[in-house]
Design a protein. Structure first.
Length: 421
C-alpha cells in the first residue's frame, strides 16, 4: 500500500462541541486553529513533524506542505514501517472529526479509529467525570465539587454566574474557593475561565463562548503535587494496549510544557511516581468504558495529585483524550530511538533511563556537553526545507535522556516545571 495519509488537525478538539446545525462553525475549515502551547513557536507544525515520525517513511500529509519532512539521524536509517503495527493504516487524523473524515473519504480512505460521532461523545470531559464517579475513581474530597454545566445553563450568563458563586461558596476551606470553568471540549488549557469566591474572570461573552463550545466543567483549581498521563491504544475488538505512562510538565496555568519518565531496554515507558500503578488501573477502566460507547483507536488519560486538608490525594481520571496525544508521540519517539539509547547509555535488561521531552528548549539548552546524557532530535535528513524541522539547540522541541532522574535534574536545572502549583 502507499504511505498513510496524515491529517494534522491538531487543536481541533473545540470543534467537537458544536452540533452539526450550528451554522457550520464546527467544521468551517478542514483544520482547526493552532492549539495554544504557550510561548512555543509554531507548535502545531513541530508537533505534526514529530507525529509523522511514528508512521512509515512513505506517510504523507494532506494539504500541509509547510510541515518539514524530518528524520533525526539518531534514529538510524529511515524506516518504511510504523513504530507501532496498528499505525499501518490508509489514513489517520490527529483527531477524528467530521471534517477529517470527509477529507479522507474524498481521497478514497477511511480514518484509523472510531467515527467522529463516537469520538465526540467520549472526548467530552463530562464522560470522564461520569466514569470516575461510577467506577469509584473520583476522590471523596471532590464529591459534589465537580459539576457538569450544559450549554443552555451558560447562555443565561447572570443565572450561571449566580449559581457558580452559590456553589463555590459552599466548598470547604481547603479549596480556598478557587475554581476553574473548563470547556468540555478543549486542549492544553484553552478557553478556561478562572475565579475565586465571588470573583469570576469572565464577562457575558466568556459564558457565551463556553456555551457555544459545548458546555463547561466547574471544579476547584487545586494545588497539584504532580501531573501524570497514560497513553493507550484500544483495538477494534476492545483489547486495551497500555503504551506507557509519563509525568506531565505543565505551567501553573495548565499549559503543556513536556513529558518526563523512564524507559527500559524493551521500550516500556513509566512514570517514576508512586501513583503509577493506580494510574494504570484507572486507564484500563476508562478505556473499557470508552469502548463500551463504541470508541477504539489511540487515546490518553490525564491525572494529577493534589493537597486537600493537609493530605496528598490522587485523582486518576481527570480528562480522557479520544485522539493522538503528545504523550503517544513521545512514547513512539523513544521506541524509534531505542537502539541508540541502549548503545549510548548502556541500557541493558533490568535497567532504566530517565527522559525529558519538551516542546521548547529549557533555559540550559538541549546540547550541554555531558557524557551521561543523550540528546535526540538534534539534526536530521530533510526532504523539504532544512533548519525548520525540530532541531535541538534551537527554541524548538527536544528529547534528552540521562542515566537516572538525578542526572536529568542536574541537566535541566532550573527545572522546566518550576513554579507549578
Amino acid at each position: 500500500m502507499t504511505g498513510t495519509l496524515l491529517i494534522p488537525n491538531i487543536g481541533a478538539d473545540e470543534s467537537l462541541g458544536f452540533s452539526q446545525s450550528d451554522d457550520g462553525r464546527a467544521e468551517s475549515a478542514q483544520y482547526a486553529q493552532a492549539a495554544e502551547f504557550g510561548d512555543v513557536v509554531d507548535p502545531v507544525l513541530q508537533t505534526a513533524a514529530l507525529w509523522r515520525l511514528l508512521f512509515g517513511s512513505e506517510a504523507r500529509f494532506d494539504g500541509a506542505s509547510q510541515i518539514p519532512d524530518f528524520w533525526p539521524i539518531e534514529f538510524g536509517r529511515r524506516s518504511r514501517d510504523p513504530v507501532f503495527g496498528w499505525l499501518d493504516a490508509p489514513a489517520a487524523a490527529w483527531l477524528n472529526t467530521t471534517a477529517s473524515e470527509q477529507a479522507a473519504s474524498e481521497r478514497g480512505h477511511r480514518l484509523l479509529g472510531a467515527p467522529s460521532a463516537v469520538v465526540s461523545s467520549v472526548h467530552d470531559k463530562a464522560f470522564s467525570h461520569r466514569v470516575a464517579a461510577s467506577e469509584g475513581y473520583l476522590p471523596s474530597q471532590l464529591d459534589s465539587l465537580v459539576e457538569v454545566l450544559e450549554p443552555a445553563a451558560l447562555r443565561n450568563a447572570a443565572g450561571a454566574r449566580s449559581w457558580i458563586v452559590d456553589s463555590v461558596g459552599r466548598w470547604p476551606d481547603w479549596t480556598e474557593r478557587r475554581f476553574t470553568l473548563k470547556p468540555r471540549f478543549g486542549t492544553s488549557g484553552r478557553g478556561r475561565v478562572a475565579g475565586t469566591g465571588e470573583r469570576i474572570a469572565a464577562g457575558d461573552g466568556g459564558f457565551r463562548r463556553l456555551a457555544d463550545s459545548g458546555g463547561a466543567m466547574l471544579e476547584p483549581w487545586l494545588r497539584r503535587s504532580c501531573d501524570l498521563s497514560a497513553q493507550m491504544w484500544i483495538e477494534p475488538d476492545g483489547q486495551v494496549v497500555l503504551l506507557g505512562t509519563t509525568e506531565l510538565v505543565v505551567a501553573p496555568s495548565g499549559l503543556y510544557r513536556g513529558h518526563r519518565g523512564t524507559v527500559d531496554s524493551r521500550g516500556r515507558v513509566h512514570t517514576a511516581s508512586r501513583y503509577d500503578e493506580p494510574l494504570r488501573e484507572a486507564a484500563a477502566a476508562v478505556a473499557r468504558a470508552a469502548f463500551a460507547e463504541g470508541y477504539w483507536g489511540p487515546c490518553g488519560l490525564d491525572a494529577f495529585a493534589f493537597r486537600a486538608d493537609g493530605r496528598d490525594v490522587f485523582r486518576p481520571i481527570v480528562e480522557f483524550n479520544a485522539r493522538f496525544t503528545l504523550g503517544t508521540v513521545v512514547v513512539g519517539l523513544l521506541r524509534r530511538a531505542l537502539p541508540r539509547i541502549r548503545d549510548v547509555l548502556s541500557l541493558d535488561p533490568g535497567g532504566l533511563r530517565s527522559f525529558y521531552f519538551g516542546l521548547a528548549e529549557p533555559e540550559v539548552g538541549w546540547t550541554q556537553p555531558d557524557r551521561g546524557l543523550l540528546v535526540l532530535l538534534s539534526s536530521g535528513e530533510t526532504n523539504s526545507r532544512p533548519a525548520e524541522a525540530p532541531v535541538a539547540g534551537t527554541p524548538g522541541p527536544g528529547l534528552v535522556l540521562a542515566m537516572d532522574g538525578e542526572a536529568l535534574d542536574r541537566h535541566l536545572e532550573p527545572r522546566a516545571d518550576a513554579g507549578r502549583e
